[in-house]
Design a protein around this ligand. Structure first.
Ligand SMILES: [Cu+2]
Length: 168
């Protein structure tokens, strides 16, 4: 019986969408007035306040690495213990490489590829693109030390691809 139900369901979707397209141009009889009255609802009310909610578990933050050779957002502020994840959303790969001299005192060095110094990260990249984060993949780091970190993308540093994480 479930097979019949599914077929009917799929059939319903097919016909429904066809009718909907036709309905846009011809029949505004029943739905026209409905559309007009629903504009009373403020579209802004759809936004929830959940993004500002405090969670008991580990906080996370995300940064996109784009084909425009940018970290988006370029500057983020997180609290200690936050795991930041960088994801390459375009087709061009990137690195997350912290400037050794632009991390807070006492903070451990980090870079995509797991290098423990900026020089090692740059050498690793030139020896077969180690530390490269290709399309659809991510790199994460958890920030434990307060202060500002500046980082860059090895292949796109000259294009100004850099970003900041401020840990408060
Ligand atoms: Cu890059």
């Amino acid at each position: 019986m479930s097979e019949t139900t599914r077929r009917r369901f799929l059939y319903g979707i097919g016909t429904g969408s066809t009718i909907a397209i036709a309905g846009c141009s011809s029949s505004g009889d029943t739905s026209g007035s409905g559309n007009a009255t629903t504009t009373d609802g403020n579209p802004g009310t759809a936004t929830t306040g959940e993004s500002g909610g405090r969670t008991a578990s580990k906080e996370t933050s995300t940064v996109e690495m784009t084909n425009a050779l940018k970290y988006v957002p370029k500057r983020i502020e997180v609290s200690t213990g936050t795991e930041v994840t960088w994801t390459t959303t375009g087709s061009i790969g990137h690195t997350i490489t912290v400037y050794e001299k632009e991390i807070p005192d006492g903070a451990a060095y980090f870079a995509s590829g797991g290098f423990d110094s900026q020089q090692a990260a740059e050498e690793g990249y030139s020896n077969g693109r180690e530390g490269n984060v290709p399309q659809g993949e991510s790199y994460s780091h958890t920030f434990e030390t307060k202060g500002e970190y500046k980082y860059y993308c090895i292949p796109h540093e000259t294009s100004g691809m850099s970003g900041y994480v401020n840990v408060v």
